[in-house]
Design a protein around this ligand. Sequence first.
Ligand code: UDP
Length: 339
Amino acid sequence: MKVLILGVNGFIGSHLSQRIIKDTTWEVYGMDLGVDKLGWVLDHDRFHFVEGDISINKEWIEYHIKKCDVVLPLVAIATPKSYIENPLGVFELDFEENLRVIRQCVRYKKRVIFPSTSEVYGMCSDPSFDEYKSNLILGPINKQRWIYSCSKQLMDRVIWAYGSRGELDFTLMRPFNWIGPRLDSIETAKEGSSRVVTQFIASLVYKEPIILVDGGKQSRSFTYIDDGIDAIMKIIENEGGRATGQIFNLGNPANNCTIKDLAYRLLDMFKNHPKHKNDDRYSEIRVQDAKTFYGDSYQDIYTRVPSIDEAKEILGWEPKTGLDDALRLTLDAFLEEAG
Ligand code: UDP
């Protein structure tokens, strides 16, 4: 099998490439702007990398869509700070650039596995989100945070429509707060534009305050990257066509925890870490209102728990990594990166 991964050097792309090369005989063709997350896989003879930008290197992409069996367009801006600071950039990259790729998959009859997002459920009040029953609830237009959710939702609907006309073999997957090594970087966290786990780890490393937005009562279901990759592998394998035309929440409901609880768990792990247990001081935990932290056009999501019945029944997948293990593995990797 030939797998095309656009955004191959990202958090998901790099872990997926390593897993494919390690566990299968498949070929991976990948494009990205850089190579820093790819590691050993770059030198492997079944891994074919080209440095490029999906908005520029269009011919390479079209040629490789024709050549490959399955396409994973993973290129996207996916950090809440950017939804507010660069909403048009989010729309252009996450929707417009990816739409061209989707249309080429239709034209060349290629299977596409598209990364939708848990963010599409928005402020849905269901105790757990169901792929086919939950409503997708977004805030008003002046709350620009929702442009990411809305762009992804529209793409889900476009893909679904092509699929319903029998013109596209697809699977939509919805990651719920995946964490692990190489999620963002200590550097982006330094600028304050990372996702919460990386942001907190960077604050611990630099002895800066950990900020609980609005007190940290909001919760997320943190999912370890290796568990997520297990699911994507099953989707790519697509035994008996079982993943075709399906949407899967890929998250770990057992790991649901508040942001406040997350902060205290990470602080505790950091204080007990062999490299840091003798530090002379540690980050304090502070509360800040969302408006000060993100600006006016932010709105938060207070609960986000996936129903994973579809993935369990259809793919035979279940996440295995508990919250503390997932956090410890992520923390260890970042502390190594930080030297
Ligand atoms: N958050 C926080 N402190 C930070 C960064 C984020 O309290 O330094 C909160 C944020 O308001 C949100 C949650 O943590 O409720 C998760 O944020 P993240 O950026 O990881 O992305 P999201 O899950 O909202 O897509």
